[in-house]
Design a protein around this ligand. Sequence first.
Ligand code: CO
Length: 219
Amino acid sequence: MIHHRDYFELLNNNKLWAAEKLKTDPAYFDELAKPQRPKFLFIGCSDSRVPLTSILESEPGDLFVHRNIANQVNLTDINLLSIIEYAVEILNIEHMIILGHYKCGGVKAAVEGLNEEDIVENWVSQISDIYHYHKKELETITDKGKMYDRISEMNVVAQLKNLLRTPIIQRAFRNKKKLWFHGWIFDIYTGLIKDLPLPLREWKEYDLLPEDYLSEAFM
Ligand code: CO
C-alpha cells in the first residue's frame, strides 16, 4: 500500500526499475521503443488490487489495456471503441480478454446503490439489469459476498457479449479475421484467475459469432 508520504518512493522505484532492466539487458529500452506488438487486448476493472502486469508476470509490450470501473463494454464509450478498433485493425490482436474480479466495488454499487446522485451508479447500471435478470438464481446464494462474486462472473460474460456486438468485431469477422474471446475472473481470495465457460452456442444463435467459431476456438 502506498500512502501519500510515499509519493516520492514511486519515482524512486521507477529509477531502480529502469536501472535493473538496463543491468540485465543494455538494449532493453531500445527494444521497448520499437513499435508495440502486443498479443492480447485486456478490458479490466480499474481496481488497484488487480495489477495486470504483476498477476500475469507480463512485460512491457505484452498487453494492450483498457480499464474502467467494473470492466464495462459500453457501446457508446468512444474511448473503449477506439481501443478495440486500434487493437483489431492496427495491432492485429487476436485474443480479447475481459477480466473481472471478485469483491468488485462497482458490482456492489450496482446492486446496493451508493448515493442516488453518484455517477458511478449510472456507469454500472447495466450490472443492476444483470442482477434483476438473474435474481432467482442469485437469491439462492445466501452469502451476500458470494452472490456479488457470482454477479462479477455474469458481468464478464455480459460484457463479452457487448464486445461481440461492436461493429468493429463484426466487421473483423466478415473480413475473416481470427479472433478469440476469453472471460476471466481474478479470484482475489486466492490470486488465481478463473477462465469462465462462455455461452458460445447462444452467441452463435444471436449471429454474434461466425458458425465455425467453436471448432477454431477449441483447436
Ligand atoms: Co472492480
